[in-house]
Design a protein around this ligand. Sequence first.
Ligand code: BG6
Length: 306
Amino acid sequence: MNASSEDWILPGLVRREAGNNRLPRLAVSTPLAEAHLYLHGAHVTHFRPKAGPSTAPCLFLSGSSWFDAGRPIRGGIPVVFPWFGRRREDPAAPQHGFARLREWTLRGAECLAGGDVAIVLSLESDAETRALWPHDFRLALRVTVGTALSVELSATNLSPSAFTFEEALHTYLAVADARQVVVEGFSGPFADTSGGGWRVREEAAVPVRLAGETDRIYLGHRGRIVVRDPGGKRSLAVEREGSDAAVLWNPWIAKAKAMPDFGDDEWPFMLCVEAGNVADRAVTLPPGATHRLTTRILAEAHPASS
Ligand code: BG6
């Protein structure tokens, strides 16, 4: 079906369309790549480079995901803000904050030199967010689609006093088989949070290979992470800026079965490598200040030089 002229945000490159369950999304298609960005949660659900070592989708999206205004999308890149996981002060508050549950506003789109396309969405505090978190803020998500996918979350403090928040760009990487992947770039101690606990452990073997439910927070981690995926015949690199913590997550068999919006057999096809600032790496922002968190995903040849 042809898009009508009013659907185009950037003629021939970005258009507004009805996504799953008719939720509005922006569909990007350029000579370099294609991507989908939902206004619900400012959620990137799809990214596929059209050239380079692999033209397979880089992001996993669950076939069982809800596409419902009141619930988060399962897969892609959920935006986690202003707390990570359960809110300690209020366990009934939505897990991973409210940013992924709100409809964001399209602020603009532009074509950049070199053929990349950038789209900016924003979300501001209102009565609903203040009921959950008593601060005034502005978030902007800038998504740049080219041979790599770059997502920058900026948070600005509009309150008269400083506030502290956690955040993450909770990227679900698509892999051929999580049991076969080799994850390079993680070393040293991490918090093992599987089963809801917090046990500080250290991996004896690097690089990391997954052999069961994996839920790890690496605090103070800043480096590049490369997921080598022999089954997919490629590597996916994750580069971060403004991120002082990284999360590695795969639910494995039992937790996958317990998640209503995730297929029982989907867990081998994803691995979350999350760029963030969580726990004692939470960000404290003075009034008027802005903090930026960026994650960049790119496919590389397998094996790739890192
Ligand atoms: C990860 C957490 O970041 O997100 C896990 O470390 C959690 O503990 C996972 O299970 C998924 O969270 P949710 O709220 O999207 O089901």
